[in-house]
Design a protein around this ligand. Structure first.
Ligand code: ADP
Ligand code: MG
Ligand code: ZN
Length: 480
């Protein structure tokens, strides 16, 4: 192989993630309006607080704070026992107050991690609480296909042309509790990001604090992407050794507000290629905010960030700092459900299932609970955990429209159970048939009901429950 003339460059993606998760509390973060806004008539879930009227006083939602801390704990975070809210100032019509109540230097959680299947740990920098903004809808009046017409948007009074461009504001989402989870730039490929996101979604669903429904915007994703350049130095035709630098690239590209795991993957892969092409030309990608365009299937520039945003954070004067004791935090911890990783390990250990079955059974808490209940019921019928797992997985049983006991019954009736007790059953049937010659004779001479007497005699010999239909089939077979 001819040694390369020029030094080959190697580009390693550096990716950090900011995820917003909307909580499913009854009421909003700082007022008593209903937080259940999805699909509701615009501007019907509002009050002076979440409309941002001057002088309205926010009162923090204790449940939302508790849930935010639960999320932080489940991501192995340290909890700041002294925490507070801060004002993040910016001007945009989705935020009438001119600032968002968020957290700055004292978030509820910090320094956590999520472990991927490979064993790689993604460090979580912070988990903080904030409020969602109003929802803007941009469009054209008079355009029959526009979302605005569907929403019954009418032209503002006064002169208006049919194709006038308008933006509508719906404050129903304004003030809905939002938890932001920020990682360190520890991902090096889109696949890792996807695994992390699935795990995060699974955790918040286990905790039952968010529906984490992507389609409804319950989870919004912002990957930050840059490329680390290393040189592959050829050593007289021997193996190349990358010269690694420990410094982060001097720029990053943030892709805002993506609402699907698939689009995050696409956006990351697109950015890696785009930035690689720029670097290959000897140029440097610019620091900027981009968006994902579903139509163009690419990221598009939204705004260049010459200098960092200056939000002029300062402590929210209307909400006192929040203190928790260590005891309060450990009580919270003890009230949390078993989390996916722990459940996965326990299922492997306790039910000796394979990785594949365990993965499927623990994906959703409702299915895992259903499985465990079926195992409990199944014990009395000699139904094994493996048989239950097979049935649940192969028949794609929906835990919300079925009962554990009826699944066990199905398994028993399908005859799968006989194998377990087969020997014992055969032996007892032999004994019973031998010592009940009269009933056997009756049955053979056409008295069908005699078989039920024999079934009863067999069943009495079992200390655990055994399915009568299985016993009956066995006796029939033996007498035929
Ligand atoms: P900002 O102040 O612009 O929000 P931060 O340093 O707070 O930037 O980081 C925001 C997100 O960007 C974090 O998830 C972080 O991991 C990620 N990040 C920081 N530097 C880089 C980089 N060079 N490349 C990719 N992601 C990065
Ligand atoms: Mg950011
Ligand atoms: Zn309100």
């Amino acid at each position: 192989m001819a040694p390369a003339k020029t030094t080959a460059m190697k580009y390693t993606p550096v990716i950090g993630l900011e995820v917003h998760v909307e909580l499913k509390t009854m009421s909003k973060m700082f007022c008593r309006c209903s937080a259940d806004y999805f699909g509701k008539e615009p501007n019907t879930h509002t009050c002076p607080v979440c409309l941002g009227l001057p002088g309205a006083l926010p009162v923090a939602n204790a449940k939302a704070i508790e849930w935010c801390i639960m999320i932080a704990l489940s991501l192995n975070c340290e909890i700041n026992l002294l925490s507070k809210f801060d004002r993040k100032n910016y001007f945009y019509p989705d935020l009438a107050k001119g600032y968002q109540i968020s957290q700055y230097d004292l978030p509820f959680g910090k320094n956590g991690s999520i472990e991927l299947k490979s064993g790689k740990k993604i460090r979580i920098r912070r988990v903080h609480m904030e409020e969602d903004t109003a929802k803007l809808t941009h469009g054209q009046l008079g355009d029959q296909n526009s979302e605005l017409s569907a929403k019954g948007g009418s032209a503002p009074s006064g002169k208006s042309q049919n194709n006038e461009k308008v933006s509508l504001i719906d404050f129903n989402r304004s003030g809905v509790p939002l938890v932001e989870i920020v990682t360190e730039p520890d991902f090096s490929e889109a696949g890792e990001v996807k695994e992390y996101l699935q795990k995060l979604q699974q955790i918040v669903r286990y905790l039952d604090v968010s529906n984490a429904d992507m389609e409804k915007g319950d989870m919004r994703l912002e990957p930050n992407i840059s490329l680390q350049v290393t040189r592959n130095t050829p050593h007289e035709g021997k193996n190349v050794s990358p010269v690694t630098s420990h410094e982060l690239p001097s720029y990053k590209v943030e892709v805002k507000n993506i609402n699907s795991f698939r689009f995050v993957e696409k956006a990351i892969n697109f950015e890696v290629k785009r930035q690689e092409d720029i670097l290959e030309k000897g140029q440097s990608p610019v620091q900027e905010t981009r968006g994902w365009s579903e139509i163009k299937n690419q990221t598009v520039s939204q705004r260049l960030k010459e200098e960092a945003n200056d939000y002029r954070y300062f402590p929210e004067p209307d909400i006192p700092p929040i203190r928790h004791t260590k005891e309060q935090i450990s009580t919270l911890l003890s009230r949390m459900p078993e989390l996916p990783d722990a459940k996965y390990s326990r299922f492997l250990r306790e039910f000796s299932l394979n990785d594949y079955d365990t993965e499927i059974l623990t994906r959703e808490k409702s299915l895992a609970d259903f499985f465990e209940e079926a195992v409990r019921v199944g014990k009395d019928h000699s139904v094994t955990p493996k048989q239950i797992a097979n049935t649940l997985i192969n028949k794609k049983v929906d835990p919300s429209s079925s009962e554990p006991a009826s699944i066990v019954k199905q398994i028993v009736q399908s005859g799968q159970v006989t194998s377990i007790k087969e020997e014992e059953l055969e032996k007892i049937v032999t004994d019973v048939l031998e010592s009940n010659q009269k009933a056997v004779g009756d049955y053979k001479s056409g008295k069908e009901t005699a078989i039920m007497f024999l079934v009863g005699q067999v069943m009495r010999q079992f200390t655990t429950k055994i399915d009568a239909s299985v016993v009956k089939e066995t006796i029939k077979r033996r007498l035929s």
